[in-house]
Ligand binder design. Structure first.
Ligand code: NAD
Length: 657
């Protein structure tokens, strides 16, 4: 493991807290040390308070911050002496502990301090760094883990047996530190959990972390348990979207809400899922209890969600009655699935949650393989994992839980998503919590948004092979399809029938009509699996009820599309899929309308551009956002009982009315 410390970079961070930010980010950059919000760091600083008196503060990582991107504001200033006094109490419940931490901060807007705050306070060093280094959890999750740690580190570290994070762990660490530490102590190893390092400066504490973890890595290397063999090339079917959507439907049913599922058929995951001993290796528990909230205790093997759910209920019923406080059972659906055909599937309420579970489990696979190579992987007993999964603090979060946006856990696909109405639909759906797949022939679609819940794909909708590939990729990214917005379309230059070439006619038909027929056909089996029922919105046109001269191809294509939607509504009602159409008119903030065209059309009617834009019954400007908001609402509960509707969004058009 390499130190990432860089003197030139470090010079930009002046002061104790700034350097704390710098080395925290260095730790965060290495995913073999910390993953997604894992790990925490602190620095002790004396500051003058508002009365001019010196006050000793512990700046400790606040919850909700990732080390990789942390800022000074991500550290919560807690009164150090109060934390030290708390550490001497014989008992303190974890909710009481959090209350004490939050009520003894000196900045009201600071985040809730880490649950390991008291532990950081008791370590008598200015800087303290804590990670869940892969190499350490590999070593400590083996039968002879304790002996190995003693052999590698000798007297250099204090060793703490596994105990759940929270007040009891802080107290035990304080006692053991006093008993075991000496002037050459460099760190502290918490069995089955992670490692602490400390120092007088940010650099010293960080470099000690790197050197301690390197020792563990070198030990594993010597035992041929660090570098993993290259996985054998696994063969995977390229058409799995149907299986994926069915599995996601079953998982969502057991979870009681639509879930996002990310499918990762990388070679190592598939190899792992296909191992003969997978049932032994994967059915022990997570590598650190910190992961249980994201991954559940055990992954599901194969696709029998009901059997998994029954086993999860047994696990809850076996442990919940022994707990001091009453426990509310979490949903019994898996968050990680290992399937010989699909590989690694990870599940979350949002795309971000599913991606975090994926990162965690990919590391878990490596750690299990290494611990196995070392002589035998051995996770913590189920009871310890249960205590963490059903920790009072986690249960309190559940009770506080706010209502998520309406499309949370659902997946939408929008065609023609790089511009105009399509792009506005992407925005409206993302705002409502959906994960969105955007297709467009314009390569700008791939960089439209860089966020986990958006997948932009270049796709010419008239090419069925590309359409199928896009659906397959979408299913792998998010798990299926719930909402489909058929929007891509072109509006060719005005042409009377006598001048309309067959080539032009066919081009308009192929994009505005044929492509939509193919996409509906291919999407149907996925929409059928939508946990809340499938929804399709067609972006039609005012030209359906009121065609215009010079627009034969366009008006005909949209009218035929409208008829296709009506037939689909008739055929798919029994599959719980509803199809509704919007008929926009004169939506000027799109690429269909250039300034030149707008000026020419306005002049044609003897109007100014502004008058022309509002040339409708209500005298209003109709924007792509107006159309998109209605399209998104058509997918929501307002339209739950409506199918085959055609709704104008045109400010009122006399010919239509
Ligand atoms: P736009 O040109 O801004 O957006 C259309 C998008 O579709 C573009 O990003 C384009 O690259 C994409 N596209 C075109 N051909 C494609 C293909 N073969 N494969 C994939 N993507 C392709 O136009 P807009 O106004 O936002 O149009 C969206 C829809 O709204 C169209 O169906 C249009 O007929 C309809 N509509 C628009 C208006 C209006 O006044 N703007 C009025 C009524 C209906």
């Amino acid at each position: 493991m390499k130190s990432l410390w860089n003197d030139d970079e470090a010079r930009h961070y002046a002061g104790d807290l700034a350097l704390r930010v710098y080395t925290s980010r260095l730790l965060g950059r290495d995913t073999t040390l910390v993953l997604h919000g894992g790990g925490n760091t602190s620095v002790k600083i004396t500051e003058k308070n508002i009365l001019g008196k010196d006050e000793d503060l512990l700046y400790v990582k606040g919850s909700g911050w990732d080390l990789e991107t942390i800022e000074a504001d991500g550290f919560s200033p807690v009164r150090l002496n109060h934390m030290l006094a708390l550490a001497k109490l014989a008992n303190l419940s974890d909710p009481q502990m959090v209350n004490e931490m939050v009520t003894h901060m000196t900045r009201a807007s600071a985040p809730t301090p880490s649950v390991e705050t008291i532990l950081h306070a008791t370590l008598p060093y200015k800087y303290v760094d804590h990670t869940h280094a892969d190499a350490i959890v590999t070593l400590t999750n083996t039968e002879a883990g304790l002996n190995r740690v003693k052999k590698i580190y000798g007297q250099a570290v204090v060793i703490i047996p596994y105990i759940m994070p929270g007040f009891d762990l802080a107290r035990l660490c304080a006692q053991e530190f006093t008993a075991q530490a000496h002037k050459d102590t460099l760190g502290m190893i918490l069995m089955n959990h992670g490692i602490f390092s400390f120092g007088k400066t940010a650099q010293e504490s960080y470099e000690r972390m790197i050197s301690l973890v390197t020792r563990a890595e070198q030990y594993l290397e010597r035992k041929a348990a660090w570098s993993l063999p290259t996985p054998v090339t696994a063969t995977i079917s390229t058409s799995q979207r149907q299986d994926i959507a069915q599995l996601r439907r079953d998982i969502s049913r057991v979870a009681g809400a639509p879930m996002i599922m990310c499918v990762d058929a990388d070679q190592r995951s598939v190899d792992f899922a296909r191992r003969a001993d997978i049932a032994t290796l994967s059915q022990q528990g997570p590598v650190t209890p910190d992961h249980v909230i994201r991954t559940k205790r055990l992954p599901m093997l194969g696709r029998d969600v009901d059997a998994y759910s029954a086993a999860y209920k047994d696990y809850f019923n076996a442990h919940a009655p022994l707990a001091k406080e009453p426990k509310t059972m979490l949903d019994a659906a898996p968050r990680v699935v290992l399937d010989a055909e699909l590989g690694l599937c990870t599940v979350g309420r949002t795309a971000k949650d599913a991606a975090i579970a994926k990162d965690i489990y990919q590391h878990t696979i490596e750690i299990i393989l290494r611990a196995t190579a070392l002589g035998g992987w051995q996770a913590l007993p189920a009871k310890d994992i249960f205590d963490m999964e059903y920790w009072d603090l986690e249960q309190a979060k559940l009770r506080k839980g706010s209502k998520p946006p309406q499309f949370t856990g659902e997946i939408a696909l929008v065609t023609g998503a790089a511009s105009g109405i399509g792009k506005a639909c992407v925005d409206a759906l993302l705002e409502r919590g959906a994960a969105v797949i955007g297709l467009d022939i314009n390569p700008a679609i791939t960089t439209l948004y860089k966020r986990q819940d958006f997948l932009g794909q270049v796709c010419d909708v008239t090419d069925e092979t590309q359409l199928c590939a896009a659906l397959e990729n979408g299913a792998r990214a998010f798990g299926g399809l719930d909402m489909l917005i058929l929007n891509a379309g072109i509006f060719p230059a005005s042409r009377r029938i006598e001048a309309l070439s067959s080539t032009e006619w066919r081009k308009v038909m192929s994009i505005n009509l044929d492509a939509n027929m193919a996409l509906l056909r291919e999407a149907h089996p996925l929409l059928k699996c939508a946990p809340k029922g499938g929804r399709v919105v067609i972006i039609g046109s005012k030209n359906v009820p009121a065609p215009g001269p010079g627009a034969a191809a366009y008006s005909t294509s949209k009218a035929a599309l409208n008829q296709l939607a009506r037939v689909a509504a008739l055929e798919w009602g029994k599959d719980n899929i509803r199809i509704n159409s919007l008929h926009p008119n004169a939506v000027f903030d799109t690429a269909l309308w250039s300034d030149d065209i707008l000026q020419a059309r306005a002049a044609h009617y003897g109007l100014s551009v502004e008058q022309y834009k509002r040339n409708n019954v209500l005298g209003v400007d109709v924007t792509s956002r107006d159309v998109a908001e209605l399209a998104a609402e058509m997918c929501g509960p307002l339209f739950a009982k409506t199918t085959a509707a055609q709704v104008p969004v045109d400010g009122g058009n006399e010919r239509v009315i």
